[in-house]
Design a binder for this molecule. Sequence first.
Ligand code: NAI
Ligand code: NA
Length: 396
Amino acid sequence: MIIEPRMRGFICLTAHPKGCEQNIINQINYIKSQGPIDGAKKVLVIGASTGFGLASRITSAFGSGASTIGVYFEKPPKEGKTASPGWYNTAAFETEANKAGLYAKSINGDAFSNEVKQQTIDLIKADLGQIDLIIYSLASPVRTNPNTGITHRSVLKPIGGSFTNKTVDFHTGIVSDVSIEPANEEEIENTIAVMGGEDWGMWIDALKAEKLLADGFTTVAYSYIGPAVTEAVYRKGTIGMAKNHLEATAFTITDKLADLKGKAYVSVNKALVTQASSAIPVIPLYISLLYKIMKEEGIHEGCIEQIGRLFKDRLYTNGDVPVDQEGRIRIDDWEMRDDVQARVATLWKDATTENLPAIGDLAGYKTDFLNLFGFDVAGVNYQADVNEMVDVPGLV
Ligand code: NAI
Ligand code: NA
């Protein structure tokens, strides 16, 4: 069928298999062009189908020749109805990995559940023996805690007082004020339950109990800090409390890994257009200003460039892993440069519907958003008939 983007709010209901495939090939080619990384050989990525997790899987496989297992939650295709993009991404990744002689298998299901953890344990036992690296890259609005059966929903709200600032609807380009009422205590707790570190810890405990973590094992989860303009809704808001919890969990996990001389890290990454970040108020306006400046400075990166740098210049340097005073890896260093942030702050005050296309990179934002779903990708013929019924070769 001919597949076109169908937008509803912050999501796109369709995805293009050929566009997703081209995105994967572009990311693989980028990683190969950067030369080999002396990294982990047996890698589990939780949240492996899109965004930073997908880039981590590609970097492990095509940078270090790793065998990879991916866990994700994606919608398979039905006749006449496309899959979600992460399905097509994974199909393309596993096809390319197999062509390169690399082991690549995956599990599609709820990573928060005991069942998916058990399935993963069984697969590791059967195929890989032990794991050297776990990347934890889930972004979800909801989590059912398997021990309590309680379903928690996260919110993106400020804490302590209402918050008003500018935002942009990136579909229409309209800049307006948004006001968000503060979260109550229960909403804060629920957001921590979904996006904090509890489930990360459960994964590590479950695999360690089965002796599936190798000596010198490493695990990394992803966090964000960002600028003053987004602080009230991000780092000092509900999601920030969850990120504080995630960051604290890294230390708890490291303590538990002492006998393996293992280590848990949090890497603070750059703001990027992903399905997760598009849904956060204020962030799209910030990203469109940030992109403009970082592109002008020649320091713009996408997920694959960020993760390539994380592996090459931070995790696998054959020296100590450089961290900040809080013990976090920082690959948001270019985003947070003083000169970059000073320019964003100035533009932020001026930004209007009329001038945003000129002072910000709204076009780049839109393209990146469409690219997430395999649309607007260079070299893809969108007039051609494509088969939506694509199989994921390594799906267990
Ligand atoms: P994303 O939405 O692109 O990826 C989320 C992944 O989680 C997908 O593979 C999805 O299938 C999987 N997933 C979601 N719910 C699941 C479930 N119940 N079971 C199994 N898999 C599930 O998100 P993105 O942006 O790559 O985020 C990953 C991490 O990076 C998050 O912790 C996020 O906070 C962090 N981060 C994101 C930044 C951004 O600007 N996008 C910046 C810095 C950190
Ligand atoms: Na991800």
